[in-house]
Design a protein around this ligand. Structure first.
Ligand code: 5GP
Ligand code: MN
Length: 332
């Protein structure tokens, strides 16, 4: 880690810095972006933070002054160094970074995805980290950044959301020690809880109720899935981030090993969230469709209508689950 920090600081010296992360931003992506931006500003660097998509309402409190801009809203594009956070490949940014920022000559890639493509000139990848914010805690500490309340809140949000409030398998004793230290540095868990977890717009609950009403489960009980059509998204006036965490419901069912949420995010374009409980590797399922992610949480995008694609996706996923279970039977 020390060696990486040395290289990162060398690369940042006297440069104009772009900080960016994946499209459809979640808590870890936004926490990482805000914490890194505030930290580098504190150290006196010139920094611009960019995300392709709007910040979901539940994370807006992390960025009250609007430091995160959309890529096309900037007045200049002459940044020479890009720090890419929590993104396994540059396609995940959802915009063409090289085309928009032609002067970027050094990419610093900090991430915790197993499927990271090592696209950076400096790659700091820690697949055991439960959240990218967990890596950033070490990075910022080694850079002698003063972890103030705003940075502590941002890092805590990333860690608490990516671990499902410290429930998921990737949660380690180190994760908990970092979270404890962030509380010592002023992370306000009441502020975070009321914004992130107790801040549901009524229309989202109505949509959840409709989605759960149509929940499906396979005959063997190992796969459960939910879906939402573009029509329902429009009817309930759902915005960016409103569908986050719906997929946790089918996973909670006893005996279910794999949960899917098929979302028709645009007409003719689907995004699928995959969650697994303890036996099946979610990245293997995502990989069948060209996606990626982590062992317990992964995703992919696919063209086509919900009606046409649902049966095809379910069929493929069932085959993969059967394959995984038959391999396990053979090894026992
Ligand atoms: P979610 O289902 O919450 O959108 O994503 C879960 C995990 O899967 C995240 O770690 C995310 O980075 C990854 N993921 C989701 N969609 C895609 C995708 O289209 N491509 C890749 N490579 N990873 C994805
Ligand atoms: Mn993450």
């Amino acid at each position: 880690m020390n060696n990486h920090i040395h290289k990162i600081l060398e690369a940042l010296k006297d440069q104009k810095i772009l900080i960016t992360s994946h499209r459809d931003p979640d808590g870890d992506c936004l926490g990482s972006t805000v914490a890194m931006t505030l930290a580098l500003q504190q150290l006196g660097y010139e920094v611009t933070a960019v995300n392709r998509d709007m910040i979901p309402y539940r994370y807006a409190f992390l960025d009250p002054s609007g430091i995160i801009k959309t890529p096309h809203a900037l007045s200049d594009y002459d940044h020479q160094v890009a720090i890419v956070l929590d993104a396994s490949d540059l396609l995940r940014l959802g915009y063409d970074m090289h085309a928009l920022f032609p002067h970027v000559k050094t990419i610093i890639n900090i991430d915790h995805h197993m499927s990271n493509q090592l696209f950076g000139d400096i790659n700091l990848i820690k697949v055991k980290a439960a959240a990218n914010c967990e890596i950033l805690y070490d990075v910022l500490t080694l850079m002698n950044v003063v972890v103030n309340e705003d940075i502590a809140n941002a890092l805590y949000v990333g860690i608490t959301t990516d671990t499902g409030s410290f429930k998921y398998e990737a949660t380690s004793s180190k994760t908990l020690r970092i979270a404890a230290s962030l509380i010592d540095h002023g992370a306000d868990i009441n502020l975070i809880r009321t914004n992130v977890w107790e801040n549901e717009p009524f229309n989202r609950i109505l949509a959840l109720s409709e989605v759960l009403d149509n929940l499906k489960i396979s005959e063997d009980g190992r796969l459960s899935w939910i879906k939402i059509s573009q029509g329902a998204i429009l009817k309930h006036q759902l915005t960016n981030g409103d569908l986050e965490s719906f997929v946790d419901y089918p996973r909670t069912i006893t005996g279910v090993e794999v949960a899917l949420f098929i979302k028709e995010i645009e007409e003719g374009f689907l995004k699928v969230s995959i969650r697994t409980k303890s036996l099946v590797d979610a990245t293997k399922i995502a990989g069948i469709f060209g996606g990626g992610g982590h062992k317990r949480a992964a995703g992919f995008k696919i063209k086509g209508d919900l009606l046409d694609q649902e049966a095809h996706i379910i069929e493929k996923v069932k085959q993969e689950i059967d394959r995984e279970f038959s391999c396990m039977d053979l090894s026992m």
